[in-house]
Design a protein around this ligand. Structure first.
Ligand SMILES: NC(=O)c1ccc[n+]([C@@H]2O[C@H](COP(=O)([O-])OP(=O)(O)OC[C@H]3O[C@@H](n4cnc5c(N)ncnc54)[C@H](OP(=O)(O)O)[C@@H]3O)[C@@H](O)[C@H]2O)c1
Length: 370
């Protein structure tokens, strides 16, 4: 009986320390979040006899995976060590060798995984390879590990990126005055916070209405994210109305103009950083747009647009998360609602679920899910 109790206690404390190491792996993974697309962010820690031997994360597609980077970070040999990893080690040889094989070759004794790889090319095969080689594998699922790869998981299983809407509105839900004035509704702290969401996005989608009204650049300007890959700027512009001098057409960040087939701006000097794509049903076909962006390797996209595009996304139901900044000010009746849509019956209102609420400067940031 005494023996059983101490076994149970050992198991409980092992599980607790597994979770602590795995959470540290998720934090390591986040270091690659802004650069690793189309791959998932992954973090790895190698541990033996109370000592961390190596740490690694995946920084860029084509460069070393987290496990391989942790192995090369280890100064000593890792035979018999425990490997903690935020995502199941891959089982196939791609641009880099299979991580499961590298761990087998290194002679590690145990691997603890926080999330099974949703990639159908892996989906448990990495774990099987390790077990077949006599390595003990434990899957200790962490919600934070799943959250960290949500964009990759959606693209790899549904061929569409994770869609995050961003709005910045007054207390009464307005994003501009009737005369178009909209700069600035939220304060500088909230605007600085938006830079984070831009930096972790692979594309920022806007409408030609916002480009004409505000002439935004939609670039990363925060030095904290200087390492991030500049997101692709996507302008939904059915008929090629974008002004040729628009700032969003200027480099070095890339821009994609999405037109209706047979329309578009032939006079635009499409440089290396400006591309035009013609969809059969034009940018009104939001699902076709998302498939196009998924094919371009986008895991996460951010909608930073005016009421027409935001309204279209809300109405289509093709969104996964909504970051809504709310400023403590009222713009009144002569202003534009954040979403161009009409609801005739209250039960038909577009309902979102509040998952987080944080004060940013004088504003509120609400995180909502469908
Ligand atoms: N406070 C904020 O956060 C914020 C942010 C952005 C904009 N704004 C304000 O919003 C106002 C502009 O509003 P807006 O509604 O014209 O801008 P928008 O939503 O950015 O652009 C609308 C235009 O996009 C095109 N479009 C292409 N595909 C679309 C689709 N699937 N759904 C909807 N539209 C699509 C349409 O033009 P075509 O038919 O020609 O393609 C449409 O007229 C400005 O006053 C701006 O200052 C505020």
């Amino acid at each position: 009986m005494k023996y059983k109790n101490s076994t149970a206690q050992t198991l409980v404390s092992m599980l607790a320390s597994d979770r602590i190491f795995l959470q540290a792996c998720v934090e390591l993974a986040a270091k690659g979040q802004m650069t690793c697309a189309p791959n998932p962010p992954v973090g790895c820690i190698i541990w033996r006899d109370g000592e961390v031997l190596g740490r690694g994360f995946h920084a860029r597609a084509g460069s070393g995976h987290a496990e391989v980077n942790a192995l090369s970070d280890a100064a000593a040999e890792v035979r018999g060590a425990t490997v903690f990893v935020s995502l199941e080690p891959c089982s196939f040889v791609g641009r880099t060798p299979a991580c499961a094989q590298s761990l087998i070759d290194a002679g590690v004794a145990r691997v603890v995984v926080a999330a099974v790889d949703p990639n159908p090319q892996v989906a448990g095969q990495g774990i099987r390879m390790l077990r077949d080689a006599g390595i003990a594998v434990d899957v200790v699922e962490l919600a934070s590990a799943k959250e960290c790869i949500q964009g990759f998981a959606k693209r790899i299983t549904q061929q569409r990126p994770w869609v995050r809407i961003k709005t910045a509105a007054s207390l009464d839900g307005s994003v501009a005055l009737a005369n178009g004035a909209s700069q600035w509704i939220t304060g500088s702290a909230a605007r600085a916070d938006v830079q984070y969401w831009r930096a972790r996005s692979d594309a920022i989608i806007t409408g030609v209405g916002s480009v004409i009204a505000d002439d935004p650049r939609l670039t990363l300007r925060d030095a904290n994210y200087a390492h991030a890959t500049a997101p692709l700027r996507v302008v939904l512009d059915s008929h090629g109305r974008i002004p040729s001098g628009a700032q969003i057409l200027q480099g070095p960040a890339a821009t994609l103009l999405v037109h209706q087939r047979g329309r578009g701006s032939s006079e635009l000097a499409a440089g290396d950083h400006v591309q035009q794509v013609h969809l059969a049903d034009g940018p009104r076909d939001l699902d076709g747009l998302l498939v196009e962006l998924g094919q371009r390797g986008c895991n996460e996209v951010l909608i930073e647009a005016g009421p027409a595009v935001v309204g279209s996304f809300l109405q289509s139901g093709l969104w996964d998360e909504w970051i809504a900044y709310v400023a403590p000010k009222v713009l009144g009746a002569d202003s534009q609602s954040m979403a161009d849509l009409v609801v005739s019956h209250l039960p038909d209102a577009h309902q979102a679920r509040l998952v987080q609420s944080v004060q940013i400067g004088d504003d509120l940031r609400l995180t909502l899910r469908p």
